[in-house]
Design a binder for this molecule. Structure first.
Ligand SMILES: CC(C)(COP(=O)(O)OP(=O)(O)OC[C@H]1O[C@@H](n2cnc3c(N)ncnc32)[C@H](O)[C@@H]1OP(=O)(O)O)[C@@H](O)C(=O)NCCC(=O)NCCS
Length: 181
């Protein structure tokens, strides 16, 4: 059950009003306790934001950003979940779950699969929301070739709307600054 009056809105980064963009940055700094880097912010831009509003205040957010992955040797269009967070005063009231339900629909309609790198805090939420831990080898496509990222094992989750994904294949993400997963 979500709090009465909660409203979820979807907006592409290009359509975020300046005030909302500033409120979002502020929310993420608060939620991640000052540990939300400029790379993290960069990773959250360029896709579809789900914004949760309560009594005129921004209380929750997730971004779904398009990335190009290799699943085994096959290119896949991936919706990558970034900057998921709920205001500390509004947590454990179903807002994260409501945001994730919306994101799952966005993945189903727009991408081959969803993926994310989970915090310890997010793991229960994602698993309950139908996401599964990737069990196969993980890597990243760098300018010098594919580099394994075994340190990410157990923290990368996927959402496969079609439900027929082999979770033991190699999964290789595209390259970017900051954390690649
Ligand atoms: C993770 C987060 C987004 C969850 O948002 P939320 O609105 O509190 O989540 P919900 O109230 O919808 O909870 C849904 C379920 O997720 C799980 N869950 C949520 N927060 C949890 C926590 N702190 N510890 C353990 N399980 C948790 C529970 O199963 C919960 O169901 P329950 O309350 O019936 O037990 C929020 O705690 C947060 O912003 N954390 C800090 C930032 C972060 O870690 N984001 C995830 C990055 S990958």
């Amino acid at each position: 059950m979500t709090p009465p009056g909660l409203s979820l809105r979807g907006r592409h980064t290009a359509h975020l009003p300046g005030g909302t963009r500033a409120a979002l940055r502020e929310l993420l700094d608060l939620v991640y306790e000052g540990d939300f880097s400029s790379d993290d912010w960069d990773h959250a831009l360029g896709g579809l934001h789900t914004l949760a509003w309560l009594d005129g205040r921004l209380v929750g957010h997730a971004a779904l950003v398009g990335r190009a992955f290799l699943l085994g040797d096959t290119p896949r269009r991936v919706g990558y979940l970034e900057a998921m967070g709920v205001h500390p005063a509004a947590q454990r009231r179903g807002i994260g779950r409501a945001i994730l339900r919306r994101v799952n629909l966005q993945v189903a309609r727009g991408y081959d699969l969803g993926a994310l790198s989970s915090s310890d805090e997010g793991l229960a939420l994602y698993r309950a929301g139908g996401w599964a831990v990737w069990r196969g080898p993980l890597g990243v496509m760098t300018p010098g070739g594919i580099v394994p990222t075994p340190e990410e094992a157990g923290g990368v989750l996927v959402y496969a709307p079609a439900g027929n994904l082999n979770l033991t294949l190699p999964l290789t993400c595209d390259f970017r600054g900051g954390d690649v997963w």
